[in-house]
Design a binder for this molecule. Structure first.
Ligand code: ACO
Length: 321
C-alpha cells in the first residue's frame, strides 16, 4: 500500500517586498542579495496568519483533488512560526476549512517540516490506519525575524502550500530517508517566548532567528546530495531517471551546489525563491503547486523532494506522480 498526491494548493500574502525596499531597512543592496542568494522579492504577511494561509492552501488542494474537507481523515501542518502555541495550527485550520472528521496536529522540523509531515502521512496511510491526508506547510517567518539583522531578514518570506494525498495500490511515494542532528542545533535557532515563572526568569531569551549562514551553507551542500543519493539507492532509481528535483528553496547557490554534486542537469531543479524567498516548510509545497499549475508535473513523472534546515534536519523522498 502506498500514498499518492492528488491535489496541490498554495497561498501567499498580498504584500510583496522587493530587495530595493529592504535597502530602506538595513545596509544592503539588491545586487548583494541577488548575487549571494538569488532572491529578488518575498511576500510578507500583514493580516494573514500561519493558520489562514494554510487554510487557503488546503482549500485549493482539496478543490484540485475533487475532495470535500469533511472527507479528510488526517490533517498535518508543518510550521516553525505559528502565532499561537495553543491550539496547534492544524486544529485552527481544521476549524477554518470544516474538516470535522480529521485528526489534526502540527509537526515542526523547520525547513524539512513539510517533507517529514508527508513521510508521516505516508507511514499512517501505508499502514492502513488512515486512507487520506491533507498535509500543509505554512510560515509567517517575518514575525520571528530580527528586521535589523541584514544577515537574516533578507532571506525569508511568508506563505503556505498544501497537498491532498490518498492511499493507492502502487506508485506514489516509493521511499524516503530522514535524518536529524540535534548536536548542531545552535547553527540556526530561535526562542519562542520569554521563559519565566514566579521562581525563574530566563536571562538569555532570544526571540529572533539567529543563524551561522556559512555553517548552514556547508551542511546543505554536503548532506542534501548524500541523502538524495541514499534515497535513490534505497528505491533502486537512477539519478538520470528523475524528472524533477523539488528542493527546499533556501538559496540558489545551495541548489546549484547540490545539482553539481549529484552531476544532474541543473534544469531539473526548478526555482521560485527569486519571487518568494525562503519560506521554510512552505517552500516545497508552494513550488509543487506552481509546477502542477503550470503543467510541468505530469502523471508518470519521477520526482525527488528534499528538505533541510534547523535542527539540523534533512531528508528526501522519491515519488511517482
Ligand atoms: N547585505 C550586504 N552585506 C551583507 C549582508 C547583506 N544582506 N549580509 C551580510 N553581509 C556582509 C557581512 O557582514 C560580511 O561583511 P564583512 O566581510 O565586512 O564582515 C559579508 O557580507 C560576507 O558575509 P558572509 O556571511 O560571509 O556572506 P556569505 O557569502 O556567507 O553569504 C548567506 C551569507 C547568504 C547567508 C550565506 O551564508 C548563505 O546563503 N547561507 C545559507 C543560509 C541559509 O540559506 N539559511 C536559510 C535558513 S536555513 C534553511 O533554509 C536551510
Amino acid at each position: 500500500m502506498s500514498m499518492r498526491i492528488i491535489g496541490t494548493g498554495s497561498a501567499l500574502p498580498a504584500k510583496q517586498v522587493s530587495n530595493e525596499e529592504l535597502e530602506k531597512l538595513v545596509d544592503t543592496s539588491d545586487e548583494w542579495i541577488r548575487e549571494r542568494t538569488g532572491i529578488g522579492c518575498r511576500h510578507i504577511s500583514t493580516e494573514e496568519t500561519a493558520a489562514s494561509l494554510a487554510a487557503e492552501a488546503c482549500k485549493k488542494a482539496l478543490e484540485r483533488a475533487g475532495r470535500q474537507a469533511s472527507e479528510v481523515e488526517l490533517l498535518l501542518v508543518a510550521t516553525c512560526s505559528p502565532e499561537m502555541a495553543l491550539p496547534c495550527t492544524a486544529c485552527q485550520v481544521q476549524e477554518l476549512i470544516g474538516a470535522e472528521h480529521a485528526v489534526a496536529f502540527d509537526l515542526n522540523a523547520a525547513c524539512a517540516g513539510f517533507l517529514f509531515a508527508l513521510n508521516t502521512a505516508y507511514a499512517y496511510i501505508s499502514a492502513g490506519i488512515y486512507h487520506n491526508a491533507l498535509i500543509a506547510g505554512t510560515e509567517v517567518l517575518s514575525k520571528i525575524i530580527d528586521w535589523s539583522d541584514r544577515g537574516t531578514c533578507i532571506l525569508f518570506g511568508d506563505g503556505a502550500g498544501a497537498v491532498m494525498a490518498e492511499q493507492c495500490e502502487s506508485g506514489g511515494i516509493l521511499g524516503f530517508v530522514q535524518h536529524s542532528d540535534g548536536t548542531r542545533g545552535g547553527v540556526l535557532a530561535c526562542g519562542s517566548r520569554n521563559l519565566e515563572n514566579p521562581y525563574f526568569t530566563s536571562q538569555d531569551f532570544m526571540p529572533y532567528v539567529r543563524m551561522d549562514g556559512r555553517a548552514v551553507f556547508a551542511f546543505a551542500v554536503r548532506q542534501v546530495p548524500a541523502s538524495i543519493e541514499e534515497v535513490l539507492e534505497k528505491t533502486g532509481i537512477e539519478a538520470g531517471e528523475v524528472d524533477l528535483f523539488v528542493l527546499h528553496q533556501a538559496n540558489c547557490r545551495i541548489i546549484e551546489g547540490i545539482a553539481k554534486r549529484l552531476k544532474a542537469d541543473p534544469s531539473k531543479f526548478p526555482i521560485n525563491l527569486d519571487r518568494v524567498g525562503n519560506m521554510s516548510s512552505a517552500a516545497i509545497p508552494v513550488l509543487l503547486d506552481e509546477l502542477n499549475g503550470q503543467g510541468r508535473i505530469i502523471p508518470g513523472m519521477t520526482l525527488v523532494l528534499s528538505g533541510f534546515g534547523a535542527g539540523l534536519t534533512y531528508g528526501a523522498c522519491v515519488l511517482k506522480w
